[in-house]
Write a protein that binds this ligand. Sequence first.
Ligand SMILES: *Cc1c(COP(=O)(O)O)cnc(C)c1O
Length: 399
Amino acid sequence: MEINTILSDFPILRREVNGHRLVYLDNAATSLTPEPVVAAIADAYRNHKSNVHRGIHTLSQETTTLMERSRECVARFIGAASSSSIVFTRGTTEAINLVAATISRNWDADAEVIVTAMEHHSNIVPWQLAGAKLRVIPLMPDGSLDMAAVEGLFSTRTRLMAVAHVSNVLGTVNPVAQLVAIAHRHGVPILVDGAQAVAHMPVDVQAIDCDYYAFSAHKMYGPTGVGVLYGKPEALAQLPPYQGGGEMVDKVTFEHTTFEDAPLRFEAGTPNFVDILAMPAAIGYIEGLGWDTISATEHALLQRAVAGLSAIEGVRLIGTAPGKDAVLSFVVEGGSSYDVGLLLDRLGIAVRTGHHCAQPLMEALGITGTVRASFAPYNTMEDVDAFVAAVSKVVRMLS
Ligand SMILES: *Cc1c(COP(=O)(O)O)cnc(C)c1O
């Protein structure tokens, strides 16, 4: 696809911000939404607003069929063997909370969960709420995992491993298949947080062999309010219900209730079916671009940005692992990330600043926050050049 065609799919990129052309480099927080996805959401509201799984009337049945088609599309997208492995949630956060709240119901008080030092709060706090003690895989100086430390973290108290596929701060791509193999060798199930992976690289959950995989639609050009929990059939079957309500039950009496099997067992209440119906459009958009284009474009942008920032005195890059994804964190000598972000915004550049929902990682790195630029295929070399020039200007202002 031509870059001009891609740009025309995102009218928001024609906006001006503070008198400058918008340069949107906050894709790791949320991606922009292309016209075909906006159209699919509008079409669902206009033509398919009828509740799923309840009615026998034609519209309801049609919407139910379309929602199940979305489920099949998601299953195919991540290489799941069956659509019954796909549970729709509100997002990555809810998907992880679902697993944490249910799998932990028969854990002892001394249960341990192994995580990495680079986890997002949403892959830390749910395990703490579940009563688990966290054991942490430390990092190497370049922001990759210290794989030699993994084995030593297992004990008879280990109940689960939960790891990011890609770091939202460092861009590090973790060797998840290798971690799965280690966890399984210890008889421990593993959850992978794929929030930063699914829009940037082909994901095959069967090849990774993880027990659970979680991600959000809004970071893959899709709607907000939709997430996915993938689970192996035996991994989902082992979880008790999460929330109770309509849709998830088989038979209800005041004395006793029986439940549906997965995935419906975990989808209490009316799901966000309007946005779920737009999932195939988001997946279609990614597949229309193609993984080769996505990967080549994002890595070229990253490379140019790394070269540009490296040449600016007073800028230090955070996270330099080989093969990293297009997420670029840095700190500026003599300026807080907040100040740098504010000044960049005045120049029309949207970046993220602060701890990025990864306070323990900041502590491990000995910093309070970073400035983060993250790239998508609709970004251009002009965006990178404007960004590097703006950072250079900001560094001069702050010194
Ligand atoms: C964004 C993100 C999350 C949380 O996703 P939500 O859509 O806010 O639920 C979790 N983990 C990582 C790595 C993320 O980047």
